[in-house]
Write a protein that binds this ligand. Structure first.
Ligand code: FE2
Length: 332
């Protein structure tokens, strides 16, 4: 049986791990599965390296960490394989160059980029989070296109004490309208119009209640996690006023000051999993002339602290055939 090697992500990080040597055969070992599941709980992120690139292995590794959460829409592309239940395919770029428009591009560090995304956690706009996201690259841009990760425990530990005291009991309102052109807090980029396919979610967001998540939460192991983002946020619960807006903006700017991300430069033999209730992520973007494709699986499991405004439950707000959880899932 191939030997599995587990290392720290890097000496500059107190979180994250690298694992190599995993294959379909050794994944049947119950002890290894338990060790890997615990590793994600402890370290927040695992980079699997030197894998045989296959959907079968992606699904097999994903299920080590919990049941898969299938995508709720029929319109989202599934990976073209019969082993890909729960695997979705996300395409960016490429076609954009032919469209001859800047719409949907983002300006950052003097470049116009496709598929840029600011720091966020997934499913902000929903009351229920997913435990973990899993990414495997299929087409890699020849330059840029990295995904950034940052540990919420580390962020919390580095925030100024006076700010911590002011945000510890606060919660953030998030909307389904995730257009970057409309993002009011924590901007550090320019926008050049919206992608046309965003219109459906904008319409849906008008009747979809806002979701609320705490800015800070405490894990079962007692560690506190800074867990907030500007992406899809519209303000602080019960503080949609100048004072609350200023506090939220301050909290975001302080987060950007203390964040020390791990930027993952993809290889086709990589797969990466992160704990969505702890680790924030960001997409660097790339030149719109380059195609980029990833396969994504999502692990079910909620931290249980999200809710909708006015005490609504998801069953009350979902309509048959409409799945507002769809679009931002593609933001990997
Ligand atoms: Fe994301």
């Amino acid at each position: 049986m191939a030997k599995v090697k587990i290392e720290d992500l890097g000496e500059e990080f107190a979180w994250g791990s690298r694992v190599s040597g995993v294959n379909l055969e050794n994944l049947e070992d119950v002890d290894l599965r338990e060790e890997l599941a615990q590793l994600l709980k402890d370290r927040g992120l695992i980079v699997f390296q030197d894998l045989e690139p296959s959907s079968e292995l992606q699904v097999a590794i994903s299920t080590v960490f919990g049941p898969l959460k299938d995508h709720p829409t029929k319109s989202t592309a599934r990976a073209d394989t019969d082993l890909a239940e729960g695997v979705i395919e996300i395409d960016y770029g490429g076609q954009h160059a032919a469209a001859d428009t800047d719409h949907g591009l983002v300006g950052h560090n003097g470049k116009k980029l496709i598929s840029f995304l600011p720091w966020h956690f997934d499913h902000t706009y929903n009351d229920e989070l997913n435990y973990a996201g899993v990414l495997r690259p299929m087409i890699i841009a020849p330059e840029m296109g990295r995904t950034g990760y940052a540990d919420g425990i580390e962020i919390w530990n580095r925030l100024p004490a006076d700010l911590k005291a002011r945000i510890e009991d606060k919660a953030v309102l998030y909307t389904l309208d995730v257009r970057l052109t409309q993002m009011p807090f924590g901007r550090y980029f320019e926008t050049y119009g919206d992608l046309p396919h965003m219109a459906g979610n904008v319409e849906e967001s008008k009747s979809f209640p806002r979701a609320i998540h705490p800015m800070v939460w405490t894990r079962p192991d007692g560690q506190k996690v800074a867990h907030y983002c500007g992406f899809s946020a519209v303000g602080l619960e019960n503080h949609e006023d100048p004072e609350g807006n200023a506090l939220f903006e301050e909290a975001l700017q302080e987060m950007y000051k203390v964040i020390t991300p791990y930027w993952h430069d993809w290889k086709l033999t990589d797969m990466l999993i992160w704990d969505n209730s702890r680790v924030l992520h960001s997409v660097e973007g790339c030149d719109p002339k380059y195609p980029r494709r990833v396969h994504r699986t999502t692990i079910r499991g909620d931290y249980g602290l999200g809710r909708f405004e006015h005490g609504k439950k998801i069953g009350e707000v979902m309509r048959e055939g409409v799945a507002p959880l769809a679009l931002p899932e593609g933001v990997a």
